[in-house]
Design a protein around this ligand. Sequence first.
Ligand SMILES: NC(=O)C1=CN([C@@H]2O[C@H](COP(=O)(O)OP(=O)(O)OC[C@H]3O[C@@H](n4cnc5c(N)ncnc54)[C@H](OP(=O)(O)O)[C@@H]3O)[C@@H](O)[C@H]2O)C=CC1
Ligand SMILES: Nc1nc2c(c(=O)[nH]1)N=C([C@H](O)[C@@H](O)CO)CN2
Length: 241
Amino acid sequence: MTKIIPPAPVLITGGARRIGLALAESLLRQGIPVIVSYRQYYPALDTLASLGAHCIQADFSDNRGIYAFAEQVKAYSGKLRAIIHNASAWVAESAETPPEDTMAAMLQIHVYTPYLLNLALEPCLRDQGHAAADIIHITDFAVEKGSKKHIAYAASKAALDNMTRSFARKLAPDVKVNAIAPALILFNEQDDEEYRRHVLNKTLMKIEPGEMEIVDLVNYLFKSRYVTGQTLGLDGGRCLR
Ligand SMILES: NC(=O)C1=CN([C@@H]2O[C@H](COP(=O)(O)OP(=O)(O)OC[C@H]3O[C@@H](n4cnc5c(N)ncnc54)[C@H](OP(=O)(O)O)[C@@H]3O)[C@@H](O)[C@H]2O)C=CC1
Ligand SMILES: Nc1nc2c(c(=O)[nH]1)N=C([C@H](O)[C@@H](O)CO)CN2
């Protein structure tokens, strides 16, 4: 009797809302198993679980939480098809928060979390064949241009962008490692009309594209057997403004 081995799951951090949720739903609809991390509960998690996702509560605000999450992932699945580092906090500098606390928080979620998870979960990604696994870092257009209101955020995403090339060198050819650098994808509910017009005018394409732009790019990277160490811009032409 031939033993049927189920496909290895894709791990998505911050999968309970917005882009992370759209990624999880798309992969599940393709029949690809999914593990998501979530910090706070959202009703959408019940839907993901009903579609077969394995949802693990995790707070990456300290390294113990990162390592505890990695152990739970390894206990659930010995192998991973991919890790998508989506979890993030878009925090501006403010008078209410000491700048050292802002920088520490941005480095924790955008640098320590992907760095420690990539190293802890490397055995889960390896030994599945040539280019059989992926790591995707979701960075930001601001990596190239900086951000006067989100200095620590942009700097931490720049570190994440650099790690894309380091991990691509370390893990090839078993694992491809790439970054997706979005500009506006999805507004937040609290964004007012003036802000929305201001941001839309910064791009050439003048639209809020929505989550599927990232979903489609992730699917492209999964299909590739050759693209690695790259940062793929998803910025509506903002880089040309
Ligand atoms: N939306 C956009 O237009 C753009 C998005 N991006 C990038 O795309 C990715 C997804 O964006 P978007 O969906 O808007 O992200 P959100 O900010 O809406 O959600 C990010 C998720 O990360 C989780 N998270 C934040 N901090 C922690 C932590 N310390 N521990 C565990 N989980 C945490 C949040 O959990 P909780 O809900 O509990 O807070 C949340 O579910 C991000 O990396 C973002 O930087 C880049 C450019 C534009
Ligand atoms: N974690 C997040 N990062 C970013 C968000 C967000 O909502 N959550 N939003 C943006 C903006 O859309 C920006 O690209 C345009 O103003 C950037 N990063």
